[in-house]
Design a protein around this ligand. Sequence first.
Ligand code: F6P
Length: 400
Amino acid sequence: MKKINSKPFNHLTDEELIRFIQEYSGLKVGVLTGGGDAPGCNAVFQGILDKAEETGYLVVAFKDGFYGVVQELPKLSDALWDAPIDLSMRGGTIIGSSRVNPSKVFLDSEGRVIEKRDYAAKQENREAYVSSAIQSLGLEGLILAGGDNTLSAGCKLSALNIPVVGIPKSIDDDYGFVYAFGRHTSVDRAVGMVDYLRSTAESHGRDIVVEVMGRKCGRIALDTGIATHADIILTPEFEFLSSAVFNILGNNRKQGKRYNVIVISEGAVSVGGEEEYSSKDSDGYGEKILGGSGAAFAKKLSQFYRANGFGDDIVRSQQVGHFHRSGNPNEADRVRGYKYGVGAMELVLNKEWGSMIGYMNGLYISQPIETINHLKRVSDDEYDAQRCNTKLSVLHINGS
Ligand code: F6P
C-alpha cells in the first residue's frame, strides 16, 4: 500500500507544498500543537498518522500552532512526512508550537504575525483565517492538541462552526475531567530531581526546596510530594502560613532530621504574600510568567533558621522548570498520547466536530470540547492544610 504520509514532499518550497496539498484530491485533515510543548505530542502524531494511513487520510501539519494557521499564506510543517516512521518515543513536538491565539493576533508594523504578546502592537481577530486555511487547503477539519488556552480557542472556533476536534495536553494536569497527556512525564521529571537532590541534601544537612511548575494548579506539587515523601508540599490552592511551616521544619530538625524536603508550586503564595514572577512579560495567551516561589521561600526559611539558632547556610532551592517538559515521554504519555491520536482521528471519521477525546475511569471517551473550561484543582479532600501535606485519607476521594 502506498504510504500517504511519507517522503514525496521533500524539498518543496512553501508555495509548492501548499499547491500540492490543494491539488491533492484525497481525504485531508489538519493538525497543530498549541501552548507549551508536552512529552507525548509526537506519540499523538504517531497515532494520528497510523490511523490516517489505515483510513487513507493525508495529514497536514501547521507549523508552530495557530501561528501557522492565521497567516495570509498558511505556514506548514513537513516534519510529519520527513520524520522517521517511529515518533512515539521522541520528546517535544516536531511540528512546533506557539501561544498565538486566533481571536487576538498581534501584528508588527508590516502586518506580520508576532508570536509573542505585544500590547503596543496592532491586534486583530483572525478566527476567519482559520476557516479560510481549512477551506483553501481542502481539509475536513483541524485536530488541536493543546491545553486550556488552545482548546478554549477551539471552543470559540467550534461556536463559529469551524470543524475542530481537541486532544487534551497539559503538563499541569489542571483542567477538564479527563487525563491530559504530558502530566505523567512532567511529574516523573520532578520526582527524579528530588530523588537525586536528596543525596546532596543529606550529605550537607541542608533542606532542599524544589519548585515545580503547574501555574494555578498544585497537582504536580502534590503528586511529586507524595512520590518523594516530602516533608512539606505547598500548592497554589492553599495559602500557607510561613511561621507554621517553618515550625514544622524546625521541629523535624529538633527531632533529629538532618534535612527536609519541601516541594512548592510556582504559584504557591503565603498568607499576606504575593506570587513570584520570573519576568514582567506575559506569554502569548496573556498568562503571567511564574517563577521564584522556591527561592523566595528558601530565603525566608534560611532567615528563620538563623534567627532561631539552627545554623547558617542550611537551605538550598532548585527549580525543575522546563526540565518537566524536556526529553522523552514516559510509557503512560506514549500510550495515552498514541491512543489520543488514534481517537482524535476516529472523531474526525465520525465527524464529531466540536468534541475532544478523553480518558476517564479506564475508558476512552468523546466529550464536548467545552469541558476543557472546567478547572481541576487540588481540593481539601486531598490536602491537609495543617500538615501542609497530603491528607491521610483516600477512600471515596477523587485524586490522581
Ligand atoms: O502550562 C505549562 C507550563 O509549563 C506551566 O507549568 C508554566 O508556568 C508555563 O507553561 C511556562 O511557560 P513557558 O514555556 O512559556 O515558560
